[in-house]
Design a protein around this ligand. Sequence first.
Ligand code: PLP
Length: 407
Amino acid sequence: MTAPARTARGSEELIRAEEPVLAHNYHPLPVVVARAEGAWVEDVEGRRYLDMLAGYSALNFGHRHPALVEAAHRQLDRLTLTSRAFHNDRLAGFAERLAALTGTDMVLPMNTGAEAVESGIKVARKWAYDVKGVPADRATIVVAADNFHGRTTTIVSFSTDETARSGFGPFTPGFRIVPYNDLAALEAAVDETTAAVLIEPIQGEAGVLIPDDGYLAGVRELTRRKGCLFVADEIQSGLGRTGHTLAVEHESVVPDVVLLGKALGGGIVPVSAVVGRRDVLGVLHPGEHGSTFGGNPLAAAVGTAVVELLETGAFQRRAAELGAVLREGLAALVGRGVVGFRARGLWAGVDVDPALGSGREISERLMREGILVKDTHGSTIRLAPPLTVTAEELTGALGTLEKVLTS
Ligand SMILES: Cc1ncc(COP(=O)(O)O)c(C=O)c1O
């Protein structure tokens, strides 16, 4: 049988075509992207949109950054996969550069963010048994309410979002949940069984919740005093987004373990990593953990090019400078459709007056005006443009937001 002749399908038809064949685990905005460059994407019909979400920070360097595309092309022409059964000639350099960038010793390469979180949990538990001396199968990990660390069964076991959990039990035991930004609650929850405190330095999915000054330093002091690990999930907050390489740097804090993902793959390939000191990551021995694709040469080549971009410091500086523009623009909208916002670097959670619509409705209105954002909960939208966005593009987007909220 010959395949039916295919004609190019328009956006509406493509969206309809997804319905019967794709699991409905997402509710995307009704835009079908076909091309992109820098901070701009173009849909099937050629309409252009400013990407103010940047793949939830996976596109910190914009779409198809030339240095990253070139690194990928070069590697595609040489070697793409070996599995870790063999060594490849790109991995050592990637690990050396990433460890140096993040000021630590060792790297455990994975692919997706959730895998990095799972791997971080396993490392912390192993450390608790092998180094701290917690009795077998008694290790606990303390996490924060309203966290978002991914979607695996273990990770949703300690989510407080019922939509993420409901229907997916039974859950993995060994987690204690405390309110975010509450050092007293953390103090009470950590005991001699605690392997680690696992938190996001800024809670992204919760609406870009920034803890009080001193919280991260407090977590560092508490975990050190009580003899457990501080694991920082920087999968969304890290790699330049907040104006520093890592968001914990705002409080000059050095966690024991940092989880990275999203932007580490340059928006080209999934690349994640657990990075940490040798006395922590050193607890893993051959056969105890692995991933066929983790550390593959294509990922390592792109990841190395990402690290090279961050080594210049230019993207962190841009995020800090343009972050001031973003904050100023949002402050001017408070009382004009915006009821509050939280921003750090080029990352903001914006609470829109619920009378004006849900976050979803505002996002759809912005889309029709050529700006792509994503809602979180209720009437909150988040802004996280590529760090390559210009001041003009940013102020233009804020102008469109004002128009959408006030017209
Ligand atoms: C802080 C944080 N951790 C982990 C993840 C999971 O990453 P992935 O979707 O690549 O599994 C995310 C994704 O949004 C995240 O924001």
